[in-house]
Ligand binder design. Structure first.
Ligand code: SAM
Length: 238
């Protein structure tokens, strides 16, 4: 899969490939990431990429022509890629959206700066808008990096143990269960005995029960969306 990030701060985005699953995905060739800067298409000697908003008001906007030229270059590099604008006005990013992105051939992630971008570029060139939460960031780069990291985890062959992704939070609308590693006694706190019992069926049941309880406590919305099947009911009443 190929992702091009349209950004005025390519050096920020480059950091996403330094660690974790994006690094693995890039290393194995499952993912390629590059950047295009609107500033490279600026025509005046100050390399201007912003201007004041019509109608007045605070702040500046990214001007349409340099941004459109950068998106056009990104499309040239990745024909057919979806153009996704990082935006607080967008649909909230969730597991399903990440999965859908990971099944595409490519993405162009457009990062706004200043007060945002000219609406005509959105109308003419953007396929969808994505928000990473109900708060406002200085620019779209951190959001684009969130998308890249989450997508990289889901690309085939990237996670060493395919089961890890299935146990992640939000799979099957459940949060993850607690995890423990050595030592088996840390500052007077032990480990749930079932985890050292060697009984794999009992361990699976314990983990599933913890996932159900954690979800019911922290995310009742997910819990009710999921509903209770016979196994879940049996685990919770055991
Ligand atoms: N005036 C805009 C508003 O109130 O919605 C905020 C613009 S923000 C300072 C600059 C850019 O950061 C946006 O164009 C967008 O690309 C990005 N951004 C800010 N918050 C975001 C969020 N929650 N999710 C995704 N991108 C965000």
């Amino acid at each position: 899969m190929h992702i091009t990030v349209v950004t005025l701060f390519p050096e920020l985005v480059a950091a996403v490939g330094e660690s974790g699953m994006p690094r693995v995905a890039i290393g194995t060739g499952a993912l390629t990431v590059d950047t295009v800067s609107p500033r490279d298409f600026a025509v005046n000697r100050h390399r201007t990429v912003d201007d004041r908003p019509f109608g007045g008001g605070p702040g500046m906007l990214m001007i349409p022509e340099t941004l459109a030229a950068a998106i056009t270059e990104a499309r040239r590099r990745a024909p057919g890629a979806r153009v996704v604008l990082m935006s607080p006005q967008g649909r909230r990013l969730d597991r399903a959206a990440v999965q859908a992105f990971s099944e595409t051939a490519g993405l162009i992630l457009v990062c706004g700066r200043y007060e945002g971008i000219d609406q005509r570029v959105i109308d003419a060139m953007v396929d969808e808008q994505v928000s990473i939460g109900d708060y406002v960031l200085s620019g779209g780069e951190l959001g684009a990096m969130v998308v890249i990291d989450a997508v990289a985890r889901r690309l085939p062959g990237v996670l060493g143990d395919a089961a890890s992704v299935e146990q992640d939070s939000f799979e099957e609308a459940l949060l993850d269960h607690p995890h423990y590693t050595r030592p088996d006694n840390w500052r007077g706190q032990g480990v749930p005995p079932v985890l050292t019992s060697g009984d794999h069926r009992a361990i699976d049941d314990w983990r599933e029960r913890q996932r159900l309880r954690a979800t019911a406590d922290a995310r009742p919305d997910l819990f009710y969306q999921r509903g209770l099947d016979d196994r879940a009911r049996a685990l919770l009443t055991a």
